[in-house]
Design a binder for this molecule. Structure first.
Ligand SMILES: NC(=O)C1=CN([C@@H]2O[C@H](COP(=O)(O)OP(=O)(O)OC[C@H]3O[C@@H](n4cnc5c(N)ncnc54)[C@H](OP(=O)(O)O)[C@@H]3O)[C@@H](O)[C@H]2O)C=CC1
Ligand SMILES: CC(C)=CCC[C@@H](C)[C@H]1CC[C@H]2C3=C(CC[C@]12C)[C@@]1(C)CCC(=O)[C@@H](C)[C@@H]1CC3
Length: 344
C-alpha cells in the first residue's frame, strides 16, 4: 500500500538526503516535499527523479514560519491526501549565529571537549527577530509552525485503525537551561535555537501523552553535526574549507560528527523502519557514525520534566487560540476595509 510521507524543509541538507534514502528503500513511498521556495523545491524534485524516475514526488508550498502559509498548506494537504503515514518536521533555521571563540579554545583544553564538539554547549548564540505574525522567528519556524501544521492535519493524522507518525529533527544542542517556561518564544535570551529544539523535545513527549490513543506517535532525532547550509552559515566559508580536514579527523574520535547529509539522515530513515510501539517517547534517537564510517542509530534519554511539558503544551494551545483570533480579526478588518472601499 502507498505510504504518504510529508517532509518539511525537504529541498536541501538532511531533509533532501532523507527523501533520497526513502525512495531508495521503499518503492511504495509517495513523497510530498513541503518547501518555502518553489524553485529550490523543483530542483530537489528533479534531482530525486533523476535517480528514481518512476517515483511519486509531490511539491507543496509551505513557509512553516508564517501562520497564513501553514493554514493554506494544510488545506491543500487535506484536499490531496486521505491520510498521512509520516510527517517529518525537519525545516529549521539558526539565524545570525555567533561562535564564542574564547569559550571554544577554553573548551578545547578542558575535560569537556568531546561534549563541546557534540553539543556546542556554551559556544553558540543567535540573534532572533519578530516575524510578520508577531512571533519570534526561530520559535515560529522550528516549533510553532510545525505545531500548527500538526493541529490542522489532525483529521489525517488521527484516524481510527491507522497509525501515523511524527518525526522531529531536534538537536543535541537542545538544552533545558536555554528554555524558560515564562518565555517560551525565547524573546529575552540569546539561544533561541537551543530553546526551540528543547521545546520540540517536550512537545513530542506531550503529543505522545495526548495522541497515542488516537493512533498518532511522535519521535525526536538528532542528526549529529552535518555540513549543510545551516552549518555553513555559522562560520565564513574560507574558515570551513580550512578546518575541513580537522573535522574529518575529529570524526574518528567522536561518533556525533556524521558530517554528510546522508549519514545525518540515518536516524530519520531508521525511524521509518521501526514499529512505534518499540520506541521510547522519552528518548532522542541519534544518528551516529563510527570511526570506521559505519552509520547507526542510538537512543539517549532526554532531560524532560513531565510537569513543565504539560504546562508548555497548554501554553502552545493558548498561543494557537490567540494566533487564530488575531488572524480572524485581521481578516474581518480587511473585509471591513474592502466594504468601505466598495462603498466609496
Ligand atoms: N546541520 C546540522 O548539523 C544539524 C541540523 N539540525 C536540524 O536539521 C534540520 C535540517 O537542517 P539542515 O539540513 O542542517 O539545514 P538546511 O539549511 O540545509 O535545511 C533546512 C531546510 O529547512 C528549510 N526551511 C527553513 N526555514 C523554512 C521555512 N520558514 N519554511 C519552510 N522551510 C524552511 C530550508 O529551506 P530553504 O532552502 O528555503 O532555506 C531547508 O530546506 C533543521 O531543523 C536543523 O535545525 C539539527 C542538528 C544538527
Ligand atoms: C575550529 C574547529 C575545529 C571547529 C569549529 C567549532 C564550531 C564551529 C563547531 C564545534 C561544535 C559544532 C556544533 C554545531 C555547529 C558548529 C560547531 C559549534 C551545531 C550547533 C550545529 C547545529 C546543531 O544542531 C548541533 C547538533 C551542532 C553541535 C555541534
Amino acid at each position: 500500500m502507498e505510504k504518504v510521507v510529508v517532509v518539511t524543509g525537504a529541498n536541501s541538507g538532511i531533509g533532501l538526503a532523507l527523501c533520497e534514502r526513502l525512495l531508495s528503500s521503499d518503492s511504495q513511498v509517495r513523497l510530498c516535499l513541503a518547501c518555502r521556495n518553489m524553485e529550490r523545491a523543483e530542483a530537489a524534485r528533479a534531482a530525486l527523479l533523476t535517480s528514481h524516475s518512476s517515483a511519486r514526488v509531490d511539491l507543496l508550498h509551505l513557509d512553516v514560519g508564517s501562520v497564513p502559509s501553514v493554514l493554506g498548506a494544510a488545506e491543500e494537504v487535506k484536499t490531496r491526501y486521505s491520510r498521512i503515514d509520516f510527517l517529518y518536521l525537519n525545516a529549521g533555521i539558526m539565524p545570525n549565529p555567533t561562535v564564542d571563540i574564547r569559550a571554544f579554545f577554553k573548551g578545547l583544553f578542558s575535560r569537556n571537549v568531546i561534549n563541546m564538539f557534540a553539543t556546542a554547549e556554551g559556544l553558540l548564540t543567535q540573534q532572533d527577530q519578530l516575524n510578520s505574525d508577531g512571533l519570534q522567528e526561530v520559535f515560529a519556524t522550528n516549533l510553532f509552525g510545525h505545531f500548527l501544521l500538526i493541529r490542522e492535519l489532525e483529521p489525517l493524522l488521527c484516524q481510527p485503525g491507522h497509525t501515523s507518525r511524527l518525526v522531529w529533527t531536534s538537536s543535541s544542542n537542545a538544552r533545558r537551561s536555554a528554555f524558560s517556561i515564562e518565555d517560551i518564544q525565547h524573546r529575552r535570551g540569546k539561544e533561541p535555537y537551543s530553546s526551540s529544539k528543547y521545546a520540540s523535545d517536550m512537545l513530542s513527549l506531550a503529543l505522545n501523552t495526548h495522541k497515542n490513543k488516537q493512533g498518532l506517535f511522535s519521535s525526536v532525532i538528532c542528526p549529529g553535526l552535518v555540513m549543510t547550509n545551516l552549518t555553513y552559515g555559522i562560520l565564513p566559508s574560507f574558515f570551513w574549507t580550512l578546518i575541513m580536514p580537522i573535522m574529518w579527523l575529529i570524526r574518528i574520535f567522536t561518533n556525533t560528527f556524521t558530517l554528510t547529509p546522508y549519514a545525518g539522515a540515518e536516524a530519520l530513515h531508521w525511524m521509518f523502519l521501526q514499529k512505534p510501539e518499540s520506541l521510547d517517547p522519552r528518548a532522542k534517537y541519534h544518528s551516529l557514525t563510527s570511526g570506521l564510517g559505519t552509520n547507526y542509530t542510538e537512543p539517549r534519554i532526554m532531560d524532560l520534566d513531565d510537569e513543565m511539558t504539560e504546562v508548555f503544551f497548554s501554553k502552545l494551545l493558548e498561543l494557537e487560540r490567540a494566533v487564530r483570533r488575531n488572524l480572524s480579526e485581521k481578516t474581518a478588518d480587511s473585509e471591513h476595509y474592502q466594504q468601505y472601499i466598495n462603498r466609496t
